[in-house]
Unconditional design. Structure first.
Length: 253
């Protein structure tokens, strides 16, 4: 799927953007399912969680639309429709080129950055949330379902920051911080690149890459779907990371 220049760019910069990797009809299917889950028209799969934005949960904002109150949907491993994203052959082909075969999925999300709230995600590294190593055998896949722009809080990354190693994190001193949205302590000198994306574009990034997102200043949600892949070669202290109830072996990988 990838050429040698793309693989080298990923190794050097810590991320790689692949345009138009997922077809529009597939994105529409996941959007429809997400809306049905939020509106209560579809029963949630086992373990699935709808996370309210902290400003909505604390009553600081009353959203004008039910969708505007939801920050993200977590844990869709047991929903076959959403999980078809994880097993998408185009995604698997790219991930095979980056970290090898025999893959497992972990941390599945539909992000739904709403307007009307703060909604920022501070600069952070995903490896903070994982026990398995080495990081070079883990990669995130993040696909735009809707158009992602500076105005609606697209992803921002710090190129080559994966070479800095694991950095110290803390909760930012903002008035409203969503649950578990930790950020790195020191951001001085880090130059961000904002990744504007069209629907179906997918960015792959290293778990040590520093990244985050800003506020959504539009009147519509900015939506994306994401997972992390880890190679079977990864190891962790006991118990084995593959025994986690939310980890799934990816078919076709």
């Amino acid at each position: 799927m990838l050429d040698l220049d793309q693989i080298e760019a990923y190794r050097q910069d810590g991320y790689l953007l692949v345009r138009k990797l997922i077809a529009e009809d597939e994105l529409e299917r996941w959007t429809s399912r997400f809306v049905d889950v939020v509106n209560g028209n579809l029963r949630q799969a086992r373990g699935m969680v709808l996370m309210k934005d902290v400003m909505v949960a604390k009553g600081a904002v009353v959203p004008t639309d039910a969708l505007f109150g939801v920050n993200k949907l977590l844990n869709f491993e047991d929903d076959p429709e959403f999980y078809s994203y994880v097993e998408h052959p185009n995604l698997i082909a790219v991930v095979n080129d980056l970290i090898g075969n025999d893959l497992y999925s972990l941390v599945t999300n539909v992000f739904n950055k709403p307007p009307e709230v703060d909604g920022r995600h501070p600069l952070h590294q995903d490896l903070r949330y994982f026990r398995m190593r080495p990081p070079e055998k883990i990669v995130a896949a993040w696909t735009a379902i809707s158009k992602c722009t500076r105005d609606n809080g697209c992803l921002a990354v710090v190129p080559k920051s994966h070479l800095l190693g694991a950095l110290d994190h803390r909760l930012p001193d903002w008035e409203f911080v969503n649950y578990a949205f930790y950020g790195i302590k020191e951001t001085a000198g880090l130059e961000r690149v904002h990744i504007e994306m069209e629907p179906g574009d997918t960015v792959f990034f290293h778990p040590l890459l520093v990244h985050g997102s800003g506020r959504n200043l539009t009147n519509e949600c900015r939506r994306s779907i994401s997972t992390h892949y880890a190679s079977h070669a990864c190891e962790s202290p006991a118990p084995d990371w593959r025994e986690n109830d939310r980890v799934r072996r990816v078919q076709g990988s």
